[in-house]
Ligand binder design. Structure first.
Ligand code: DQA
Length: 147
C-alpha cells in the first residue's frame, strides 16, 4: 500500500479566512477532504498534517524516513527561510517530494522568491490554488508509474 505524507506549514490552518484574495476560500479541512477522496481512488494511505512549528515539521519528516513512498509539502513561509526543513527533506533520499504552493510566490514579494525546498523537490506546483495539492497527488501517481 502506497503511503503519502502531506505536510502544511505555518498559517495554513487559517486557510479560508486568511487573505482569501490570494489563497481562496477553501479551508485546510476542504483540502484534506479533496486529498483523501483522491487517495481513496488510488488506494493510497494519506497522512495529512499541519503545524505552525518548524521543529515539529522537522520531527515529522524525520519520523517519515523509510515509512513513506512520497511526500507533498507546502512549507508556507518556512519555504523561504528554513535550512532545517531542507536538511530534513534531504534525508528522505529517493522518496519523491512535491513542493506545493497555493499562490505563486515568484509573482509576489521578492522575499518569497527563494525556496529552500525546491533543491530537494522532484517537482514544484504553484499558483493553481488549493487544487495544487491534488495535482501533487496526480504527479506522484505518474512518478510511481515510472513517468
Ligand atoms: C504559500 C506561499 C508562501 O510564500 C506563504 O508564506 C504561505 C503560503 C502558498 O501556499 O502560496 O504561507 O506557501
Amino acid at each position: 500500500m502506497i503511503r503519502v505524507l502531506i505536510l502544511s506549514g505555518p498559517n495554513l490552518n487559517l486557510l479560508g479566512t486568511r487573505e482569501p484574495e490570494i489563497y481562496g476560500y477553501d479551508t485546510l479541512a476542504d483540502i484534506e477532504r479533496m486529498c483523501r477522496d483522491r487517495a481513496e481512488i488510488y488506494g493510497w494511505i494519506v497522512d495529512f498534517r499541519q503545524s505552525n512549528h518548524e521543529g515539529e515539521l522537522v520531527t515529522w519528516i524525520q519520523e517519515s524516513i523509510g515509512e513513506i513512498d512520497g511526500l507533498i509539502v507546502n512549507a508556507a513561509a518556512y519555504t523561504h527561510t528554513s535550512i532545517a526543513l531542507h536538511d530534513a527533506l534531504k534525508m528522505l533520499g529517493d522518496t519523491p517530494i512535491i513542493e506545493v504552493h497555493i499562490s505563486d510566490p515568484e509573482k509576489r514579494e521578492s522575499f518569497r522568491h527563494t525556496s529552500y525546498i525546491t533543491p530537494v523537490a522532484a517537482e514544484v506546483i504553484k499558483g493553481y490554488g488549493s487544487k495544487g495539492y491534488v495535482m501533487a497527488l496526480e504527479r506522484l501517481s505518474v512518478l510511481f508509474a515510472g513517468g
